[in-house]
Design a binder for this molecule. Structure first.
Ligand code: FE
Ligand code: FE
Ligand code: ZN
Length: 286
């Protein structure tokens, strides 16, 4: 079964219920949502999210919990050396994991962090420390933290499979960690999915293990392989191209993994209904 969806918003008066309705309007059987605005850490109280109504609709439409993905805000830097910011990251993301569980999801995606002035090794150690604390603080919930593969823009860590592996190696409870494989980021960081697809996948498998992938972010890229830019493009309009993205979607090894579109809006309109239809039909329409 193909599990495909997009990121959807959590806003207006319908909140989480609105997110599910948005996903259904795209004919999606999977979706990803932020627990609030991704650029800030202001969060509504959990009672105001209309979770019960949303969960009812999720069940009625047979959306599996493994196909509901939550994304943590990206402004929290897990690699920070500032003690106050580190403590904030731990307490804030602890709460986000608890919210993720209440929203009926098993998987929360995080960006591993920015090294800034730190060495790569120090940054990786800091990130693992924060992740271990969050996992420890949320022992009773069944939520996995998925480290996203990054493009390598600025001082982003997690731009190579080796860096992702280094973080995972430092996690105490490996049952609570996974990976989110972002096709645009992987391309931008320098892995050639177009010409060396099998090599790239094999490399990931040997280093980390394909079974660690719990989410695929399915994006084309505005930039060439290795550009270290991170600018998403609509499917088939970028440097990865439709055929390679279809190959990933229908790769037997990723059969049960939800594929989430984070492609840009076109003239203010979400492209997801059309892109999902294109993936289902395997036919590219401009
Ligand atoms: Fe992300
Ligand atoms: Fe992504
Ligand atoms: Zn991105």
């Amino acid at each position: 079964m193909l599990y495909i969806g997009s990121h959807v918003s959590l806003k207006g008066k319908d909140m989480y219920l609105g997110s599910v309705l948005e996903a259904l309007s795209y004919n999606a059987n999977s979706f990803m949502v932020y627990t609030g605005a991704p650029q800030n850490t202001i969060r509504k109280s959990i009672e105001d999210l209309k979770i019960a109504e949303a969960l009812k609709l999720i069940e009625e439409n047979n959306i599996l919990p493994s196909n509901i993905i939550v994304h943590a805000p990206y402004i929290v830097n897990l690699s920070t050396e500032d003690e106050e910011k580190r403590q904030f990251a731990i307490s804030f993301l602890t709460n986000e994991v608890l919210r993720t569980a209440k929203m009926g999801s098993y998987n929360m995606v995080v960006h591993p962090g920015n090294a800034l002035k730190l060495s790569l090794n120090e940054a990786i150690k800091n990130t693992a420390f924060v992740l271990n604390k969050i996992i420890e603080n949320t022992k009773d919930v069944d939520v996995r933290i998925c480290i996203e593969t990054m493009a390598g823009k600025g001082s982003e860590i997690g731009k190579t499979f080796e860096e992702v592996k280094q973080i995972i190696d430092l996690i105490d409870n490996k049952d609570r960690i996974g990976v989110c494989f972002d096709t645009c980021h992987v391309n931008d960081s320098g892995y050639d999915l177009v010409n060396n697809y099998e090599e790239v996948i094999t490399k990931f498998d040997q280093l980390i293990g394909l079974e660690q992938i719990k989410v695929i972010h399915l994006n084309d890229s505005k930039n060439v392989c290795g550009a270290k830019k991170d600018r998403h493009e609509n499917l088939g309009m970028g440097n990865i191209g439709f055929d390679t993205l279809i190959k990933i979607c229908y790769d037997e090894r990723f059969k049960n993994i939800p594929k989430i579109l984070e492609t840009p809006y076109i003239d203010g309109v979400a492209p997801y209904k059309d892109e999902i239809a294109m993936i289902r039909s395997k036919i590219f329409k401009k």
